[in-house]
Design a binder for this molecule. Structure first.
Ligand code: SF4
Ligand code: SF4
Length: 484
């Protein structure tokens, strides 16, 4: 009887079972599975835990609306939010990465593409294989697919690139799917003629820009010329075409990726200024991973998670300062994470979702038609271990690939509920683990988050974002990034 009474007294203010929290100095960050968050003072956090946030509590309305008060859960509203945030669970792979060649004319210090030299033999995709890969991609149950051309340097295999582009555009006319085409290139082999073909077929272009000339060229060694100068030349070319939109077809804005090596850590301002000067409105600050060539050189170009977190925080603060003075530039990783945090939306970032995008969100097509869970899984295959190979376009059906053992193993091992540290982590609603990273660095698909540097990196990024969201005035600016 006494127990019943006690239960009745507290039930109106009970906390839901999924409450996740983290102490930050005098305050507490709380999150829940619906993706809501709140910063609480200690006394309010204590009240929430003690089930004392009743109707008379000043935070009752706010915490109820966010699903933190169990007896006030709006099940329909919260379920709709959860569905929106996890919509990817009902679609097949949207990203299809065609590795047109393993050859490359650059030798980047951190290269993850497992590229061979420009003269390497037997590592080009044939046009027939490229068309077969496109056909396979169109089997996906996803209503919209992106086919991304990568390498090596994909412009070294122009015949396969043009064959795939033409075939994909032809298939899209009857397939009833939205099709996006994208090229990731170092631009060193770009010509007016190639650029025109790409624009006519609405292929977006993305390159790498690691900062000012000395830093970029140190990271991205190119014996055939000045990599930085070539990159800027073609970025400007595509930007002008995008602004003009004068040729009767849609020209996309070019984009660039930044890979942070140890040499970048003390140069955040110069790197961001370089992006602004190049007319880029987005910078994607990506940490280095000890996979591929980077693993061999980790002692000279790698760093600890805390070093990256410090670099990232300084970079975000500088970008916000520039924004306040009218400069348009945003950080892409932050924009994607914030989309989850403030909008409960899925930004399509395959490496930070649960389960991750391995096979069910993306597929990598090797030059010979072999299929891998993702490009990182393909690189492990290149090192001689086919643990992430899910099939071949020549032998296997789409259904067989989706049900293959590596697909299922990646789904299970990247489920955060099955990760002991993640299941209790305050960042769980927005995070994701990587079975390839775990396998490569820690020797198992599951890994161990308590000693994982990747987990440390994500904690640093989320810590930086929530610290920024907490500061008055920042939330509005950060929301603008997301809605851009
Ligand atoms: S990977 Fe790390 S930061 Fe992400 S949910 Fe797991 S424990 Fe948290
Ligand atoms: S295994 Fe890793 S790299 Fe591959 S999709 Fe998952 S998170 Fe991304």
């Amino acid at each position: 009887m006494a127990l019943k009474k006690a239960a009745k007294k507290t039930s109106a203010a009970a906390v839901p079972p999924q409450l996740l929290w983290k102490r930050d100095g005098a305050d507490f960050l709380v999150t829940n599975d619906f993706g809501h968050y709140s910063w609480l003072k200690k006394k309010d956090f204590d009240s929430l835990l003690a089930c004392k946030v009743g109707e008379s509590h000043p935070l009752f309305a706010a915490l109820s609306a966010k699903g933190f008060v169990r007896d006030r859960l709006d099940f329909d509203g919260l379920a709709a939010k959860w569905r929106k945030k996890n919509a990817y669970l009902n679609t097949g792979p949207g990203l299809h990465i065609l590795v047109l060649t393993l050859r490359c004319n650059h030798k980047c210090l951190y290269c993850q593409a497992a590229a061979g030299g420009a003269a390497a033999k037997d590592t080009d995709m044939t046009p027939a294989t490229a068309r077969k890969c496109v056909d396979f991609a169109f089997n996906s149950s996803n209503p919209g697919i992106t086919i991304e051309f990568q390498g090596g340097e994909p412009l070294l295999n122009w015949p396969a690139l043009t064959a795939a582009v033409k075939h994909a555009r032809a298939r899209a006319k009857t397939a009833g799917k939205e099709l996006k085409l994208a090229l990731v290139s170092n631009f060193s082999l770009m010509t007016e003629e190639k650029a025109r073909f790409l624009m006519e077929n609405e292929v977006s272009v993305c390159t790498s820009l690691d900062g000012p000339a000395d830093l970029h060229n140190k990271n991205r060694c190119f014996s055939g010329g000045n990599s930085h100068a070539v990159t800027l030349k073609w970025l400007k070319y595509f930007q002008k075409k995008n602004e003009a939109q004068a040729d009767g077809y849609r020209v996309f804005k070019p984009s660039a990726l930044l890979t942070v090596s140890r040499y970048s850590l003390s140069r955040h301002k110069e790197i961001i200024d370089e992006y602004v000067a190049a007319g880029l409105e987005d910078i994607f600050i990506r940490p280095l991973a000890p996979i591929g060539y980077a693993r061999n050189l980790w002692g000279s170009i790698g760093y600890e998670a805390k070093d990256f977190a410090a670099f990232y925080l300084k970079s975000l603060a500088y970008i916000l300062k520039l924004n306040r003075s009218g400069v348009v530039i945003r950080e892409k990783m932050a924009a994607m994470m914030l989309d989850k945090i403030v909008n409960s939306r899925d930004p399509g970032y395959l490496d930070a979702r649960c389960p991750c995008g391995a096979a069910i969100g993306q597929i990598a097509y090797n030059y010979n038609g072999d299929l891998y869970t993702c490009d990182e899984g393909r690189m492990v295959g290149w090192e001689g271990d086919d643990v992430f190979k899910v099939g071949s376009v020549f032998k296997d059906s789409y259904a067989k690939v989706m049900a293959s053992a590596p697909t299922r193993a990646c789904v299970v091992s990247s489920n955060l509920e099955a990760q002991p540290d993640c299941a209790r982590c305050v960042y769980k609603p927005y995070c994701g683990v990587c079975p390839v990273y775990n396998y490569e660095v820690q020797g198992s698909l599951w890994g161990d988050m308590s000693s994982s540097d990747r987990c440390g990196l994500f904690k640093g990024i989320f810590g930086a974002l929530f610290a920024l969201l907490k500061k008055p005035g920042n939330e509005a600016t950060l929301k603008k990034w997301v809605d851009k």
